[in-house]
Design a protein around this ligand. Structure first.
Ligand code: 6PG
Length: 470
């Protein structure tokens, strides 16, 4: 076999599927895994694709097997493992070689790694990859950022392995430095928001409307044919429809209500806060995961408060309302996620291509949906300050927000938690309130700290008379 076009380190679930995808698209690939037996097993199971795979047991061998300048994908756990692999790899690399971190890195780490490699002659790409196991194998959404020239060297391969939407590859260079990993982080933040809001609606069906998982599954499956059409709604229906072979009970009823998190959702909320961009629905989703982990505390508090769900006297909400409520919540969460990216683009001078981001999320990634095409269209129509004020969104939100309002009110009265949906509603209501209530906050700040305020009828900083009270 001629020299490989590309190399890959880390044959875990994502790495091995990505390697098979690359080989399947006709590119020879050299692969390496720290645990050598994994490399052997991967190669043995690669079937016909073996003819384009070079299994390597040493890093030096991996490097030698690739045609220079060598692109090498790292698909190892985010964090320290990436630094360790780069350190081990560096002695074997030469000028022009390209290190591509394809894990879920924190973009601050990516920026630091750029700094570390500066002047070394090596190029670095920080690349978000979304789509889980299936996506990696048959077409993920790919979000590269960093060295644009180096990207040119791998663009062909990445476009070939990426998911396609109407024939267009879901892959695009997004900007310098940590741009790719930042966009992937916000993708995951939005993913948290989507998943949490779906779970809240499931809670209303389960605890409010006392429905069985299989019946709820049917509703989600139907919604998947309409405006909510998306991968996450589709898999929600499948999860709810699954029966545990051991007990014959619905699988979902046997799963502990404690959800894990690896960090990307939290980073989205942290970065939003850092930049002063409200991302309340995403923050609520992250907090809900943290609360889910406090199982013992929640159980104790339930007993202490003798909790019971008391259904409101008004009629149960029609499923049509819940569908629209979820849609309205989704609009607000996406508006927030995109606003965070706009702010980051300014702050880090990335010039993030917002319409392109919406486009490359239309297929392959976890949040893929029909809705992302609507977002891409909104960006195509003209500059967007916030999706909530894009003309097509104003129309959709005007139709959907009354349902969100009724749903949140109904759930609040029943005692059912809907933190992400209610945060989305509060954000929407605050965002469209021309005169808010921060005039009072300013009065308070000036009262206790002489922080000053602006008057609506005069220019310049003012202070209150506060009379005998100041
Ligand atoms: C994706 C997923 C993927 C992974 C998340 C899960 O886009 O393919 O988002 O990156 O499943 O890291 O994150 P949590 O473990 O935090 O839920």
């Amino acid at each position: 076999m001629a020299q490989a076009e590309i190399g890959l380190i880390g044959l875990g679930v994502m790495g091995s599927n990505l390697a098979l995808n690359i080989a399947e698209k006709g590119y020879a690939i050299a692969v390496y895994n720290r645990t050598t037996s994994k490399t052997g097993a991967f190669f043995e199971n690669a079937g016909e694709l073996r003819e384009r795979i070079v299994p390597c047991t040493r890093l030096e061998g991996l490097v030698k097997a690739i045609r220079p300048p060598r692109p090498i994908i790292l698909m190892v756990s985010a964090g320290q493992a990436v630094d360790e692999e780069i350190t081990k790899l560096r002695p074997f690399l030469s000028e022009g070689d390209i290190v591509i971190d394809a894990g879920n890195a924190n973009f601050h780490d990516t920026m630091r790694r750029f700094g570390d490699l500066e002047g070394s002659g090596l190029s670095f790409i920080g690349m978000g990859v979304s789509g889980g196991e299936e996506g990696a194998r048959h077409g993920p959404s790919i979000m590269p950022g960093g060295d644009k020239k180096a990207y040119g060297r791998v663009k062909g391969i990445l476009n070939a392995i990426a998911a396609k939407f109407d024939g267009e590859p879901c892959c695009a260079w997004l900007g310098a430095g940590g741009a790719g990993h930042f966009v992937k982080t916000i993708h995951n933040g939005i993913e948290y928001g989507d998943m949490q809001m779906i779970a809240e609606i499931y809670g209303i069906f389960r605890d409010g409307l006392k429905m069985k998982p299989k019946d709820i599954a049917k509703i989600f499956a139907k919604w998947n044919e309409g405006r909510l059409n998306s991968y996450l709604i589709e898999i929600t229906a499948s999860v709810l429809d699954t029966t545990d072979p051991k007990t014959g009970k619905p699988m979902v009823d046997l799963i502990l209500d404690r959800a894990g998190q690896k960090g990307t959702g939290r980073w989205s909320a942290i970065e939003a806060q850092q930049m002063g961009v409200p991302a309340t629905a995403i923050e609520a989703a992250v907090a809900a995961r943290s609360l889910s982990a406090m199982k013992d505390e929640r159980e104790a508090a339930e007993k202490l408060y003798k909790r019971k769900v008391s259904l409101p006297e008004q009629k149960p909400l029609p499923a049509g309302d819940l569908e629209l409520a979820l849609f309205a919540g989704k609009i607000a969460a996406y508006a927030q996620g995109f606003a965070v990216m706009e702010a980051a683009s300014r702050e880090f001078k990335w010039k993030l291509p917002m319409p392109t981001i919406a486009k490359i999320w239309r297929a392959g990634c976890i949040i893929r949906s029909q809705f992302l095409d609507t977002i891409a269209e909104a960006y195509k129509a003209g500059p967007v300050t916030n999706l909530l004020v894009a003309p097509s969104f104003v129309k959709m939100m005007a139709e959907a927000h009354p349902s969100l309002r009724r749903t949140v009110a109904w759930a609040a009265e029943a005692g059912l938690p809907v933190p992400a949906l209610s945060s989305a509603l509060a954000y929407f209501d605050a965002y469209r309130q021309g005169r808010g209530t921060a005039n009072l906050i300013q009065g308070q700040r000036d009262f206790f700290g002489a922080h000053g305020f602006e008057r609506i009828d005069m220019k310049g900083e003012q202070h209150g008379p506060w009379g005998g009270h100041g």
